[in-house]
Design a protein around this ligand. Structure first.
Ligand SMILES: Nc1ncnc2c1ncn2[C@@H]1O[C@H](COP(=O)(O)OP(=O)(O)OP(=O)(O)O)[C@@H](O)[C@H]1O
Ligand SMILES: [Mg+2]
Length: 256
């Protein structure tokens, strides 16, 4: 299935029959029970589901941090085991994971330190993404000197500085107040318009899913499957008070 107007000759992410169990107190706990999901190039896809249903586990599998027991992960048309462009996959965790002893700018540079990029170039790019999230004036500030929303923007900048082709986000804005969250939504959509970027993100928030996504994948309770995928066929920006938007929200609430 493809999202919105995007076509998927070569999907950015393709998951087929993903199973994953953990062990809990000596008993197997089946978390993912056959996940099939295709995220088209350039699409924004939301994973929506109850707490504990396995959404973070699924993102961890896509990011290569844990292995599925069964099934296939394809990234940009290559099996995960053959994929060699991990630098261009970014993962924005739910917690901002900023390094407290580093300034804003140095936190962002950190994402580029694994490569062989010259210091000056690293700095130039870090400054550029900091401007993008509107924090150019705060490059010297340390994380404790920033508000929660600003810290989220730094984490977003850090995940963008590597110029990812794929961006995974795990409830990136769930701890922000409604106003800051709405600003972050605008920010994400602006960045997505400006750069070729595929986004797969997890949310509990039905409204957030409908405002941002081309397609919403509803995750069932454990062992998780994709219960439904709903294409959101509405122009952007989407105002959550619009009747068409509230209709999608209601439809998704009924599915959860
Ligand atoms: N490393 C692990 N070892 C054992 N069990 C795990 C591990 N990671 C996750 N689990 C279990 O897998 C299930 C799914 O966890 P997961 O974090 O993927 O859920 P989630 O959908 O992201 O939930 P939430 O919305 O609350 O973040 C939970 O029951 C959790 O206890
Ligand atoms: Mg989670």
């Amino acid at each position: 299935m493809t999202g919105g107007n995007h076509t998927s000759g070569n999907a950015a992410i393709r998951l087929t029959g993903i199973d994953k169990s953990f062990s809990n107190a000596g008993e197997p706990l089946a978390v993912l029970g056959g996940i099939d999901l295709t995220v088209a190039q350039g699409a924004i896809v939301a994973l929506l589901g109850a707490s504990g249903s396995g959404k973070s586990t699924l993102l961890n599998i896509v990011a290569g941090l844990i292995q599925a027991d069964r099934g296939e992960v394809c990234l940009q048309g290559a099996a995960s085991s053959e994929f060699n462009d991990w630098q261009r996959l970014s993962y924005m965790f739910q917690e901002d994971r900023l390094l407290p002893w580093r300034s804003t700018l140095r936190n962002i540079e950190f994402a580029l330190e694994a490569g062989s990029m010259a210091n000056a170039e690293r700095r130039r790019r870090a400054r550029e993404v900091l401007q993008l999230v509107d924090l150019g004036a705060f490059e010297k500030a340390f994380p404790y000197q920033l508000s929660g929303g600003m810290r989220s923007r730094v984490a977003l900048a850090r995940s963008l500085v590597t110029e990812p082709a794929i961006l995974l986000m795990d409830e990136p804005f769930s701890r922000l107040d409604a106003l800051t969250r709405a600003q972050m939504h605008d920010e994400i959509l602006r960045i997505h318009r400006a750069k070729p970027l595929t986004i797969l993100f997890v949310t509990h928030d039905v409204e957030e899913a409908v405002v941002l996504a081309d397609q919403v994948a509803v995750v069932s309770p454990r062992p998780a499957t994709i219960r439904a995928t709903i294409n959101i066929e509405l122009a952007r920006p989407r105002d959550p008070t619009q009747a068409e938007v509230t209709r999608y929200i209601q439809r998704l609430r009924d599915l959860i």
